[in-house]
Ligand binder design. Structure first.
Ligand SMILES: Nc1ncnc2c1ncn2[C@@H]1O[C@H](COP(=O)(O)OP(=O)(O)O)[C@@H](O)[C@H]1O
Ligand SMILES: O=P(O)(O)OC[C@H]1O[C@H](OP(=O)(O)OP(=O)(O)O)[C@H](O)[C@@H]1O
Length: 180
């Protein structure tokens, strides 16, 4: 049985990376995609492959990304190796832009989308506490917080304003429903 691509989406600071980490800790069936990003290697936060914009363009032109997009002045890529992981039967978690979901839906037949939400004041507080971005960058991230999920894409919405472990459990229950 092939696996599924599971996209975790939502505004900056909502908890995408935290929820994905909690899900893999709780369930070893899940793998997390290590994204390729034109961000300084020591920026902190998620585990990612840091790459220069020039190398990113070369990787992109060589077909080394299953998906790629730009946001926040950065370029993001999902390594094409995810296709092998999925063919190998793994369910694969990835932090995606809402703007790339239509393309993802075309590329990954069994795409599942989990859209996280949180109250705006909570988003602002979390981004300030994470301290990976400057105040100006945080303000720009908050401006795109309300970007919608494209029409026609099925998704489960989970509010991550509260306890992280409850969000993680709700996501796992959705993906792996217990059959009576
Ligand atoms: N449910 C939660 N309750 C409290 N803090 C959270 C919760 N989810 C995430 N956080 C914290 O909020 C910050 C942003 O989370 P992160 O996972 O980096 O979000 P995203 O990947 O969506 O930008 C981090 O400091 C993280 O520890
Ligand atoms: O189009 P959007 O849905 O707004 O998403 C744009 C980008 O924002 C997030 O980036 P990143 O993971 O670097 O930032 P975050 O951890 O602060 O969300 C997300 O992973 C996308 O790459």
């Amino acid at each position: 049985m092939t696996g599924r691509m599971i996209a975790i989406v939502g505004p900056s600071g909502v908890g995408k990376d935290s929820v994905m980490a909690g899900m893999t800790e709780a369930d070893p069936r899940l793998l997390v995609v290590r994204r390729v990003i034109t961000r300084e290697a020591d920026a902190g936060g998620e585990d990612f492959e840091s790459i220069t914009p020039d190398m990113f363009r070369k990787h992109e032109a060589a077909g080394q990304f299953a998906l790629s997009w730009g946001a926040h002045g950065l370029q993001y890529g999902v390594p094409a190796s995810v296709h092998d992981q999925i063919r190998g039967g793994h369910d694969v978690l990835v932090n995606l832009s809402r703007g790339i979901l239509e393309e993802a839906n075309r590329c990954f037949p069994r795409l599942q989308v989990i859209a996280l939400t949180a109250n705006p004041d909570i988003l602002a507080a979390r981004l300030a506490a994470r301290a990976r971005e400057s105040a100006g960058q945080i303000a720009r991230r908050l401006k795109r917080a309300a970007n919608p999920i494209p029409e026609g894409i099925a998704f489960l919405e989970l509010d991550n304003s509260g306890c992280l472990s409850r969000t993680v459990q709700a996501a796992l229950d959705h993906l792996y429903p217990v059959r009576a």
